[in-house]
Design a protein around this ligand. Structure first.
Ligand SMILES: NC(=O)c1ccc[n+]([C@@H]2O[C@H](COP(=O)([O-])OP(=O)(O)OC[C@H]3O[C@@H](n4cnc5c(N)ncnc54)[C@H](O)[C@@H]3O)[C@@H](O)[C@H]2O)c1
Length: 261
């Protein structure tokens, strides 16, 4: 277990590794970056939010981590190629890629425009493809590594009014499984973490307070998840403790998705 106040812990296979985290300037990605940093990894944060990205790097460096920010939109291949190249030059390679950047919107199919549909798919799904492809050679140069994709419980059950989001995350689950098979012989493990019902700015933006208080009642563990709940599973999947796991998507949802069955 790793949390903000627990100092530096050790998990085999993370210390001195280079971890590139997309969407690491805020929310879940910020805590993933912090957690992997606390475990001794060198951290590269890629995000469109330069101000919060630079703040994250300051925080990591003040804790003694080597860290680098690169401004990049995951849906832009040139920007991400440039960022991965910069990270490779700066740190000498990439060992861990966390495809975390994502956006969500709650719009019914009736209201959803093609432009809005495409935007969600481009950031959440195409973005994961672009980042994985751009990082691949640098991970291979290190003799292998791990790719972790942040999916969502809504890939399994859907979420009312978020068809594009659920479809993008369903695509992520398939990408995890397909890539895990393709890259296993090259020494790269590919896994997913599927958060659901996480107390977060993202959920506060898209759901009403009433909906969120009703949500807690549907969670068998009777609490919302935290960013740390997700980051701890990412750390496990990034470490050698999970060395025989690939192609797996771990639900982190307090039992909500299957609890009702
Ligand atoms: N919060 C939840 O409850 C929840 C549940 C299920 C899945 N998820 C997934 O977890 C991931 C992180 O979610 P969060 O709650 O931290 O969201 P968030 O909105 O708090 O943070 C997302 C981060 O990604 C960055 N970002 C957005 N678009 C980008 C782009 N095109 N290129 C680069 N960076 C970009 C943002 O600037 C921000 O720093 C997402 O993939 C999301 O779908 C979250």
């Amino acid at each position: 277990m790793v949390n903000e106040n627990s100092g530096r812990y050790r998990l085999p296979g993370i210390e001195d590794k280079v971890a590139a985290v997309t969407g690491g300037a805020s929310g879940i990605g910020r805590v993933i970056s912090r957690t992997l940093g606390m475990l001794g990894a060198k951290i590269a944060v890629m995000d469109i939010d330069e101000e919060n990205g630079e703040k994250m790097i300051e925080e990591l460096m003040s804790r003694g981590n080597e860290a680098l920010f690169c401004k990049g939109d995951v849906s832009s291949e040139p920007e991400i190629n440039r960022c991965m190249n910069t990270i490779n030059t700066h740190f000498g390679g990439i060992d861990i890629l966390v495809n975390n950047a994502g956006i969500a919107r709650k719009t019914s199919l009736k209201e959803l425009t093609l432009k809005q549909w495409k935007k969600i798919i481009e950031v959440n799904l195409t973005g994961a493809y672009i980042c994985s492809k751009a990082a691949l050679q640098y991970i291979l140069n290190r003799g292998g590594g791990t790719i972790i994709m942040i999916s969502s419980g809504s890939a399994i059950t859907g979420t009312g009014g978020s068809v594009s989001y659920a479809a993008s995350k369903g695509g992520i689950n398939s990408l995890v499984r397909a890539l895990s098979r393709e890259l296993a012989p090259e020494g790269i493990r590919v896994n997913g973490v599927a958060p659901r019902s996480i107390k977060s700015e993202l959920l506060d933006r898209i759901f009403s307070k009433e909906y969120l208080s009703q949500m807690v009642k549907e969670i068998p563990l009777r609490r919302m998840g935290t960013y740390e709940d997700i980051a701890n599973v990412v750390a496990f999947l990034a470490s050698d403790l999970s060395s025989f796991i690939t192609g797996e998507i771990i639900l982190v949802d307090g039992g909500r998705t299957f609890g009702a069955l």
